[in-house]
Ligand binder design. Structure first.
Ligand code: HPA
Length: 259
């Protein structure tokens, strides 16, 4: 698989936290930067600080009070702001529903493909403005170097994380029907979430090395424990343990990151 080489040393590591991850416990925050961007307001001020002595910039995708639903996240402002702070590498943490049978709630996965089912989101920096239209390569949507780093970090932390899988990005904010999940499975999707796109493509457009650590917090609609309905209480309970494990992986990523 081709590797998207991106210079990673000497720059802060960007981390985007999703549902249940509005702040990083081990980040020593030095300042909060609420930037104005050409694309409007970020989800939350950037938390700029250090973790294990390394520079890290954290952004809460849904805002600090989790008030912003997936279809209203200003993905362009978020990615632009990270880039404007010299971030070249971004780890995105995202909760998902498991479609593939082995993606049980609590599983951590580093996906390698995406199918985009979202609509009406501002999904490019290139348009009719002065940047003009551009058709970037997105064959392999995630940065292979960073996927490798995430998997190495998981092994180092002794936390199982599965390598590969296709992330289906749905529009939300509602969860899917059982028939929609059957269709996503026929399409080849292994997991389903609402925020993977356009975040990944916008990162690619700005030349960032971007990869996702997906946290399975429920069986997708119609499957397993979600046969009759998806339980929000169940999601909350699984999230607690699984997000804590994801954070231990992030600690290792930061320590191994060249920045
Ligand atoms: N569907 C879509 N997004 C999600 C899910 C789901 O089942 N679980 C967590 N995010």
């Amino acid at each position: 698989m081709p590797s998207k080489k991106t210079k990673t040393s000497g720059t802060p590591l960007g981390i985007i936290g999703g549902s249940s991850l509005a702040r990083l416990e081990n980040l020593e925050v030095m300042r909060r930067r609420g930037l104005t961007t050409p694309y409007g307001k970020l989800s939350s001020p950037l938390a700029v600080g250090t973790m294990a002595g390394r520079q890290v910039i954290f952004l809460a995708r849904h805002g600090e009070g989790h008030a912003i639903p997936p279809h209203e996240v200003n993905y362009r402002a978020n990615i632009w702001a990270l880039r404007a702070q010299e971030v070249k590498t971004v780890v995105a943490v995202a909760t998902v529903g498991g479609i593939r049978a082995d993606l049980e709630p609590g599983t951590l996965v580093v996906p390698d493909q995406i199918i985009d089912y979202t609509h009406g989101r501002k999904a490019t920096f290139f348009g009719t403005d002065k940047r003009g239209a551009r058709h970037i390569d997105f064959t392999h949507p995630y940065c292979e170097d960073l996927r490798g780093l995430l998997l190495e970090a998981a092994a180092e932390a002794n936390i199982p994380a599965l390598a590969g899988g296709t992330y289906a990005a749905t529009q939300g904010p509602r969860l899917e029907t059982a028939a929609e999940i059957d269709r996503l499975e026929r399409d080849g999707a292994d997991m389903v979430g609402m925020t993977g796109m356009p975040e990944a493509v916008l990162a690619r457009e700005l030349g960032l090395c971007y990869a996702t650590l997906a946290v399975v917090v429920n069986h997708a609609a119609g499957r397993g424990t979600s046969t009759h309905a998806i339980s929000h209480a169940g999601i909350a309970e699984i999230s607690r343990g699984a997000i804590a494990r994801a954070c231990r992986i992030l600690d290792q990523v930061v320590m191994r990151y060249g920045g």
